[in-house]
Design a protein around this ligand. Structure first.
Ligand SMILES: C[S@@+](CC[C@H](N)C(=O)[O-])C[C@H]1O[C@@H](n2cnc3c(N)ncnc32)[C@H](O)[C@@H]1O
Length: 205
């Protein structure tokens, strides 16, 4: 959809997410607050994660959608955290290399983004290249339902959902693909809020 819809999406994203967000907030905090060192946050959206970083985290937050980025800037201004740099780029933009530490990032934070990236496999490969040895990949994501009738419905409505949700897919088995592509979960949880969710802390192997 066009730029006008992108703006509308950014405007109503937080109100739309409100009820789900109330249930995700404590999970975000537990995943993000302990992180220290060089952090890459991929697809920061309206900046919902910013308040969870501690002052020892030096964060590069990337977001390709300008309307989302504008919302994130507002949030950043409210928080005034000097340790977060916000960039208007996507994960596959070469400009990211300029901001990547020589040894790689200590952690990559990716929340509700792998449902949307155009090429999931390629994105996971990029994570491997961008992470430092022993770096952590932090994932919070909705995934394809494990329950068969629900999974079927998600597959059927996915084309419409994807249009309305700015590229968001309901039927990605992100939990499985991360492992197939060479990440090992050192901590993981499955949970439900209407749809199936997954959170994991991964190392590359
Ligand atoms: C559903 S929002 C999630 C925002 C936020 N991370 C959160 O937890 O609420 C997905 C975000 O991923 C961004 N995105 C889509 N493709 C991307 C890419 N290739 N690289 C980085 N971000 C991307 C979108 O612009 C959007 O802001």
């Amino acid at each position: 959809m066009g730029k006008r819809y992108q703006k509308l999406f950014a405007k109503y994203y937080d109100p739309f997410m409100g009820r789900i967000e109330a249930k995700l907030e404590h999970r975000r905090r537990l995943l993000i607050n302990p992180l220290i060192g060089d952090i890459l946050e991929v697809g920061s959206g309206t900046g919902v994660n910013f308040k969870f970083y501690n002052e020892l985290a030096k964060v590069i937050a990337i977001e390709p959608s300008k309307p989302m980025l504008e919302k994130a800037k507002e949030r950043l201004a409210e928080l005034e955290p000097q340790h977060i740099t916000l960039l208007n780029i996507g994960i596959d933009d070469d400009k990211l290399l300029k901001y990547s530490p020589k040894e790689g990032f200590d952690a990559i934070v990716c929340t509700l983004v792998l449902c949307t990236v155009p090429n999931l496999e390629h994105t996971i490969e990029l994570f491997k290249q961008l992470l430092a040895p022993n770096g952590r990949l932090i994932i919070l994501e909705h995934i394809h339902a494990k329950n068969q009738p629900k999974a079927f419905i998600e597959t059927v409505i996915n084309p419409i959902w994807k249009r309305i949700g700015e590229g968001c897919n309901l039927n990605r088995k992100t939990d499985e693909l991360l492992k197939i592509k060479g990440f090992k979960a050192i901590n993981e949880n499955y949970f439900k809020h209407s749809i199936d969710f997954y959170e994991g802390v991964f190392v590359s192997c």
